[in-house]
Design a protein around this ligand. Structure first.
Ligand code: K1U
Ligand code: ZN
Length: 171
């Protein structure tokens, strides 16, 4: 099932999300809904708070061409970050059509649980590293515009307020 994606500014995008403690059929359905919503957008990642679910859960697939590689990460934790930094022009499904360069560690090691509660650990590099950090930020109420200066951030926020007013007038 497709879920509506929240648009910034929204207080639900600023919350620190709760860890997942129960691995139920509902959780598996939520993971399926998140992947469907991400592919439909289209996007390369999606975090649960973007669909108004305050749980520490993200999905990603950074393969742009070829066989898809959907990933579901529950309670993800960055256990190591490289000193090397990479710069990527990021976007966000909660901030449509706005892009800005963000510096982040070029490589990260992440631990997480899958939908069965099984533990995993993997090192990410390239776009996968950028995306997993962007998505984990969402779980802590942080958006990529929080890395920008106040003027740029305010300009984007005003554009999003206008977009939301227009969408409310012409749903
Ligand atoms: O979390 C999100 O809002 C999803 C976001 C993830 C992301 C993009 C760029 C850098 C870091 C994290 C997106 O997927 S925005 C859309 C996007 O990047 C894209 C869409 C279609 C094809 C390829 C990329
Ligand atoms: Zn985002």
């Amino acid at each position: 099932m497709l879920r509506p994606i929240l648009i910034h500014p929204d207080p639900r995008l600023k919350k620190v999300c709760d860890p997942v403690t129960e691995f139920t059929a509902d959780l598996r359905r939520l993971a399926d809904d998140m992947l469907e919503t991400m592919y439909d957008a289209p996007g390369i990642g999606l975090a649960a708070p973007q669909i108004a679910v305050t749980k520490r859960m993200i999905v990603m697939d950074c393969i742009k061409e070829g066989t898809p590689e959907p990933m579901v990460l529950i309670n993800p934790v960055i256990s190591w970050s490289s000193e090397d930094v990479s710069t990527y022009e990021e976007g966000c499904l909660s901030i449509p059509e706005q892009y800005a360069e963000v510096n982040r560690p070029a490589e990260v090691r992440v631990t997480w649980l899958d939908v069965d509660g099984k533990a995993h650990e993997q090192q990410f590099s390239g776009l996968w590293a950028t995306c997993v950090q962007h998505e984990i930020d969402h779980l802590n109420g942080k958006l990529f515009i929080d890395y920008l200066g106040p003027l740029k951030r305010q300009m984007i926020t005003r554009k999003m307020e206008k977009l939301k007013r227009e969408r409310a007038r012409h749903p």
